[in-house]
Design a protein around this ligand. Structure first.
Ligand SMILES: [Fe+2]
Length: 340
């Protein structure tokens, strides 16, 4: 299995030390084109959507301070779960790469492509993300990285170009390789999985057909059968959340029957973590949804510390950090914030 080229952290945690990771989700950097009608097909629709809606919801000015805060935290490793751009135009890749440069130069970073980074078939062939963030996007997937004495990272590529929809696909070859990788992982090691698309949503919610991972059912099956403690990190849905499997429902139909519900209720080994979108503003997050800091202990069965970092409500106010209880060990660590 391949390894990313920048695997030389400035401060590498020892095998017996916690490893601190930052999970940064959908940045959706964009450039407004003055003459969007010169574009064709899906990109034309994407630029029109930008002009009409998205530019009011995504504030690009929040990215530099997100980068500054991430650097202050001095993580061992940064994980980006994809959708750095909006319509995968060369100018968007160049601009977002320049904006995150201070962070990715200082700290080992792994970047997954999201569906917006492979917006069209020509964007996929152009490999804009790979060209502008060279060595940070793995050449092939699944990628396995040893994090510390207790945890491994497994990264999956789920982004594919589509004519119109935003559906993702992992594919049979990658699912087979992932099954083998999980099989080879000793049950006593924890697995942090990174994928752009969710496979589980908060209970009572389902994704629209055109936003789903087409093969989320076999991926969920692998997660449910996994013997190791697993944290499934993803982006794509712009809302940070941290949930135990029992409080989730599959992202795609069929609506879970009693059998699947019971399996989710028993899947104490599985936690899902949604990165959120650092530049997306809303009533709840007026200055963006921030990002997560995850401290993985050397013992995979010890409590994981999940801290959500978000900017203060007004410019100039300090960032806030909230420690969330590890859903797999509720009550064993003190949380200073209600669940997301
Ligand atoms: Fe996405």
């Amino acid at each position: 299995m391949p390894a990313v080229n920048n695997d030389t952290p400035t401060t590498t945690p020892g095998e017996d030390e916690p490893v601190r990771l930052l999970l940064i989700g959908d940045i959706h950097y964009y450039r407004l084109m003055t003459w969007p009608w010169r574009l064709l097909g899906k990109r034309l629709l994407g630029q029109l959507n930008l002009w009409l809606r998205r530019r009011r919801r995504f504030d690009r000015r929040l990215l530099p301070e997100t980068v500054r805060r991430a650097i202050e935290l001095a993580p061992h490793r940064v994980l980006m779960s994809g959708d750095l751009t909006t319509t995968a135009l060369p100018g968007e890749f160049a601009a977002v790469a320049a904006a995150i440069k201070p962070l990715i130069e200082r700290h080992p970073t792994l970047i997954l492509p999201g569906n917006h980074d492979r917006y069209t078939f020509s964007a996929m062939l152009g490999r804009g993300l790979e060209r502008h963030c060279s060595a940070l996007v793995p050449d092939s997937f699944p990628l396995r990285l040893h994090l510390n004495g207790g945890w491994d990272l497994l990264a999956i590529d789920s982004a594919v170009p589509r004519m119109l929809s935003s559906r993702g696909r992992v594919g049979k070859r990658q699912l087979n390789d992932l099954a083998k990788a999980l099989d080879q992982t000793p049950a006593e090691r924890g697995v942090l999985m990174l994928c752009h698309y969710p496979v589980l949503m908060p209970a009572q919610r389902q994704q629209k057909w055109d936003h789903r991972l087409a093969d989320s059912a076999p991926l969920l099956e692998l997660l449910l059968n996994c013997r190791s403690r697993t944290i499934f990190c993803h982006g794509h849905v712009h809302e940070p959340w941290l949930l135990p499997a029992v409080e989730t429902t599959p992202a795609a139909p069929p609506t879970p029957g009693a059998g699947l519900k019971a399996r989710l209720a028993e899947a104490n080994h599985l936690t899902v973590l949604n990165a959120g979108a650092p530049c997306m503003v809303s009533q709840r997050y007026p200055r963006g949804q921030g990002f997560w800091e995850i401290a993985l202990p050397p013992g995979p069965h010890e409590a994981v510390a999940y801290r959500h970092h978000a900017p203060g409500d007004r410019p100039g106010e300090p960032w806030q950090a909230h420690l969330h209880a590890d859903p797999s060990q509720a009550g064993r660590i003190e949380a200073d914030s209600s669940p997301l």
